[in-house]
Write a new protein. Sequence first.
Length: 327
Amino acid sequence: MYKDLNPPSNRVVIIGCGSAGLKVVQLIHEVHTPSIITIGIDTDFNLSNYLKTDHYFPVSKSVVRGLLDRNEGDCTGISRVFRNLHMYQMQPDDLVILTAGLGKFTGTSLMIALTRIIKEITYHPVIGIVTVPYPHNKELILCAKKGMNHLVPALDSLIVLEMEQLKNLFQNPGTGTLYDKCSRFIAAEIEFLTTSFDNLTGKDFFSVMGMKGVGVLFYGQSAGPDRAERLAQACLRTPLCEIDYRAAPGCLVLIEGGPGLTRDDARNVVRDLTFELPGHTHIAWGYRIMKNLNENIHAQAIMTGIKPGWFRGSPNCIASVKNLQTG
Ligand SMILES: Nc1nc2c(ncn2[C@@H]2O[C@H](COP(=O)(O)OP(=O)(O)OP(=O)(O)O)[C@@H](O)[C@H]2O)c(=O)[nH]1
Ligand SMILES: [Mg+2]
């Protein structure tokens, strides 16, 4: 947790919605970070006994049914159920991150309903991390689009990971393995986002993540003598959502490397990663030394505050991008 914030009163609450979201929170729970609370929410009442999260919250299918097609704000039934969230002592200064796989009914609907309720409880930016299904599956894409339509205005940052792009990152594994790798990637991403980095304050973090809009994540790693120079290029080659980020008003860059990583290296990576952004973009960055990384260096950049209309076409995701425009 960032050093100018105040654990344990500033806690991180991670909420996984639906089956895909549950997998992510279980992975985070395995790490047992004391300032992180994990909550899973799904429609299976039998999971309570063996699910590995701090709290599991079963909701009946009838409560979530139809939610996606109702008018915004009309989620009375679900609000009644989620009033129980206060039982988990959610605090106004908790940092809340919600995650789901968009495209099917449960995770998408629950994430929308929860976002509205959590926005009333906390005053910090509320962050969502979602996957978007393959472009060829029209039914799933339509549901994901509805989800985006609700979530982009409701959340402070919605980090969108396209399955198509994740598949490229993991070099085309089969679907079963891909889902597993995605869950692990998102869990590691959340861990990365919520630990403390030199040079990064909580104030900077929240102002960049509170820019309102889509967040696009770039991820890269490199090793060897000119690793810092190559790292920014590696990241820029790997956007996990095809969207035009060049006017993004916010950018968060997090870098980790072995003991040889210097502050100047980190600053150079940030410079090379952000050269296309306008001068007024708020750029926040941090770095940390991890002894076990030896010669390796990793970076991620999240360009934030992007308007959904900036989704752009590319040969492999033009269908999803066109379908996802929320206008
Ligand atoms: N990261 C990850 N994503 C998954 C996994 N399984 C499915 N997905 C993606 O998430 C989307 C939603 O799938 P689920 O989470 O299984 O569905 P749900 O929200 O529980 O909805 P229901 O079908 O009503 O139970 C799918 O369209 C996939 O793109 C998984 O194991 N890990
Ligand atoms: Mg499910």
